[in-house]
Design a protein around this ligand. Sequence first.
Ligand code: 13P
Ligand code: SF4
Length: 311
Amino acid sequence: MTVRELQEKILKLKKETNTAVLAHSYQAHEILEIADYTGDSYKLSVDAANTDAENILFCGVHFMAETAKMLSPEKRVFLANKDAGCPMAEQMEKDMIEQIKASDPDRTVVAYINTTAELKTVCDVCVTSSSALRIVKSLDTDKILFIPDCNLGSWVKNQIPEKDIKLLHGGCPTHAAVTVSEVKKAKAEHPDAILLVHPECVPAVTAMADYVGSTSGIMDFAKKSDCREFIIGTETSIAEHLQYDCPDKKFYPVTKNLVCRNMKLTTLPDVYNSLMGISGKSDSDAFEIIMSDELIKSARKCIDEMIRLGG
Ligand code: 13P
Ligand code: SF4
């Protein structure tokens, strides 16, 4: 079967099952083509809350599908590949954060959305990479514990030196692996290109960038920019999508190693098999996100707070 034929079957099954497909921008182009909603983690959480579809099929990683379930608890939410997790989301235990809170009760806990629902239950407000700076600035407290990404946290902290922002050691293993020498090499190879990076990169790398932003932020910036060449410091798929969308510009991944293996687990056949499972037409299991009402109620408070503060 060709990719096109499989995509046709998927489009038909989506209609039959009243399923909206949400795909993070790190997914493959052939998946983005059949998705109803695409974008960064913040945009997708808003889309999940607003869709009228009966079911949501998420092409991304586990915490994103969990967030969609919390925002649309009346819907059935499925993750297209059950093994797609985000290592950063699993890095910190709820108990450890509770202990820190007990010893330092005045600190507001700001959690990057890349966290488990369990951990979100002990956090005060969520942020995404596109909203972290704005939300931390807008909080009417100066004492903050920012978890789990110390690189995103450092980037925020550097721009709001007046706030006391405590960081813990955590972060994205994929973005944090980008080195200054890789950036220098890419700049030497493409001297006319400007550098756009995700704030999950280490501070020495974000300090070299012409623009720092979320996946959607990077894509919007590159599309609107008058520049012709760009070095892209986030998952390699973003340089590929941009090249496809803007054939008259040039996009270079900062390093070919910037690949999120978890994001890449989901394939078009996974999407098809999940929809077949949802339709009941086959024995193939669609992986459904199941959460207790109690967990949803407790974990979504910090997501509601993020949305109240304007993402
Ligand atoms: P965005 O908020 O930019 O979608 O980032 C999510 C993510 O996991 C980046 O690695
Ligand atoms: Fe998680 Fe990093 Fe992959 Fe994003 S790129 S999903 S933060 S492991």
